[in-house]
Design a protein around this ligand. Structure first.
Ligand SMILES: NC(=O)c1ccc[n+]([C@@H]2O[C@H](COP(=O)([O-])OP(=O)(O)OC[C@H]3O[C@@H](n4cnc5c(N)ncnc54)[C@H](OP(=O)(O)O)[C@@H]3O)[C@@H](O)[C@H]2O)c1
Length: 267
């Protein structure tokens, strides 16, 4: 399949205020896309919009959106349509992760993860798809993770949420082929972003950071995979090898190996 150009396309990116989302915004700006950037930290989005406009790209629309709130996805889509017209590309990037003992996580933390990583992603996808199907044109990039490939002890909820995103995206990729709509799961390994700053990742962070990629490299792989209509893309050779090994290992082995590696001190 020949690669698509996103020049002039309208792209909505969630979680664009930092990390992979911001890198994707910069990458789509280079491609000449028109953009809407959504997240809670609106001052970050404004700064990014100014930066992109300063580099000659069309100035993105900034939308303050807390996707923990169930009412926000329909509002977000409505606002983007009002300001930019139909959405050609949806990038479901916003996500959070926690490491540590499941029983120690606060209920609100768990709810936030489930809401953001899965419910909001599915809701936004469901909101934009009918128009894409009608137009026989559209692209959805869902940011999963290499955590999707196997169970990971002490990152249980996060890994399970990303397994959901990968499976959802691949299934939908096949459903949407007949409609001319592409759905791609982008599966980064450890990436240097603010992701690990927030959520008590101490032990996992040390272990994972050794092999970290840049957000820019991840964004490049994501946009290329989407343009080529791929169902999913693991980021980097090391992560592709990891994915292949994970597929061969019994899942109980992965669970036990990760439990050994990531068990918090004193457990
Ligand atoms: N970094 C990694 O190693 C890695 C690896 C694999 C996959 N990923 C995935 O990549 C995606 C982006 O993460 P990142 O690494 O770029 O981390 P990040 O820099 O922490 O970015 C997370 C983004 O999600 C947004 N977000 C968080 N809560 C939100 C909410 N309630 N409503 C709307 N937006 C919200 C944040 O914006 P606000 O705080 O401004 O709302 C931020 O823009 C996530 O889905 C993550 O799971 C990351």
């Amino acid at each position: 399949m020949s690669a698509t150009s996103f020049k002039g396309r309208t792209v909505l990116i969630t979680g664009a205020s930092s990390g992979i989302g911001a890198a994707l915004a910069r990458r789509f700006a280079v491609a000449g896309s028109r953009m809407a950037l959504a997240a809670r930290r609106v001052e970050r989005l404004d700064a990014l919009a100014d930066e992109l406009a300063g580099s000659g790209a069309p100035k993105p629309v900034v939308v303050e959106a807390d996707l923990f709130d169930d009412r926000v996805p329909p509002r977000l889509v409505r606002q983007v349509r009002d300001e930019l017209g139909h959405i050609d590309v949806l990038v479901n990037n916003a996500g959070v992760g926690y490491s540590g003992r499941f029983e120690d996580h606060a209920p609100e933390q768990i709810e936030h993860l489930i809401q953001l990583n899965m419910r909001a992603l599915v809701r936004l996808t469901h909101l934009v798809l009918p128009e894409m199907i009608e137009r026989r044109s559209g692209w959805i990039l869902n940011v999963a993770s290499t955590a999707a490939y196997q169970p990971i002890a002490y990152m249980t909820t996060y890994a399970a949420s990303k397994a959901f995103v990968l499976s959802f995206s691949e299934g939908l990729w096949a459903e949407m082929r007949q409609h001319g709509v592409v759905v791609t799961s982008l599966n980064p390994g450890t990436t240097r972003t603010e992701f690990f700053d927030h959520h008590g990742w101490n032990k996992a962070r040390e272990m994972f950071m050794k092999r970290a990629m840049t957000a820019e490299a991840v964004a490049e792989i994501g946009v290329r995979a989407l343009a080529r209509g791929k169902p999913s893309a693991a980021c980097g050779k090391g992560n592709r090898v990891l994915a292949a090994i994970s597929a061969l290992l019994p899942r109980s082995w992965s669970a036990r190996l990760t439990a050994k590696a990531l068990r918090p001190a004193g457990s």
